[in-house]
Design a protein around this ligand. Structure first.
Ligand SMILES: N[C@@H](CCC(=O)N[C@@H](CS)C(=O)NCC(=O)O)C(=O)O
Length: 268
């Protein structure tokens, strides 16, 4: 059954290449929820505009608006949707697996997301920044409310893949994939026997290595590769993660990524 959230005024503010936005879309599709989607440009930092900061003062994507209420963190959005509309799906019912799921969600948000951003930003957003007047680009970055994000983006803008943050990002990305692979050895899904929010939350980040042709970052981890194959068969993965990016953009990302694979692998 499809639930028409749209009729209740549900809007998703998102960006096509953002893994945390893709995760929310995958969750919405998994729960058969319909919604209105608004693309907010990260290339021009539309997320810093007055209109968007009126929706989310933190100026980050995704943001989900349900009536007057805005939820502005991808994990909080997914937990809310699963609780409200999941009917017991997507979250384990036993306490041990539930707390394991929460700790995976925390690890992905706190460590994997910033590490992946250091790979995505120079590849996908920096080219637009390089076309801007230098001082304008720096002013835009200075307007980011979060200081850590500001300093990371300044360095990624100035140094691209040569930034220290990229080397740290590649190492962190691999270390987390290795840790998750170990935990998956005797399980089909991340929080146990059933597919759920932990799997949804990892899916877009796993996909990043494929999107740039950097499959070696996960190819040593057989359980992760198997998880990726299982995820790829889910319609929610196709719609929420794969179809989020057009075929043309995917081809271009793959070409640009492959040209940099020796550089990325050299940072491991
Ligand atoms: N923990 C947040 C992180 C959100 C986040 O970092 N979003 C990025 C896009 S992937 C963003 O909005 N960046 C804004 C910017 O770069 O100025 C969540 O999961 O929602």
């Amino acid at each position: 059954m499809t639930i028409f959230l749209k009729d209740n005024g549900v809007e998703l503010f998102s960006n096509a290449i953002s893994p945390c936005c893709q995760k929310v879309k995958m969750c919405l599709y998994e729960l058969n929820l319909t919604f209105d989607e608004h693309e907010v440009s990260l290339d021009s930092k539309e997320n810093l505009s007055t209109w968007f900061r009126g929706i989310n003062p933190d100026a980050t994507l995704p943001a989900l608006k349900i009536g007057d209420k805005v939820i502005s963190d991808s994990t909080q959005i997914c937990l809310h949707l699963a609780r409200e509309f999941g009917n017991g799906r997507l979250m384990p019912s036993d306490v041990k697996s539930y707390s394991k799921m929460l700790s995976i969600l925390g690890l992905l948000d706190e460590k994997l997301h910033p590490a992946s951003a250091c790979l995505l930003w120079p590849m996908c957003i920096r080219p637009s920044f390089l076309k801007m007047e230098y001082s304008y680009a720096i002013e835009l970055i200075k307007a980011i409310p979060n200081k850590a994000r500001q300093s990371r983006q300044k360095s990624l803008f100035q140094k691209g893949l040569d930034a220290d943050e990229v080397a740290e990002g590649v190492k962190t990305y691999e270390a987390i994939m290795s840790e998750i692979d170990l935990g998956l050895r005797d399980m089909n899904w991340l929080s146990g026997d059933h597919f759920g929010l932990a799997d949804i939350s990892l899916a877009p980040y796993l996909q990043i290595s494929k999107q740039f042709g950097w499959g070696d970052l996960i190819s040593e981890y057989p359980a992760l590769e198997e998880l990726f194959s299982r995820l790829s068969t889910r319609p929610s993965f196709k719609r929420g993660v794969m179809d989020s990016i057009s075929g043309e953009s995917r081809t271009s990302m793959l070409i640009k990524g492959r040209a940099k694979s020796a550089k990325i692998y050299g940072l491991r």
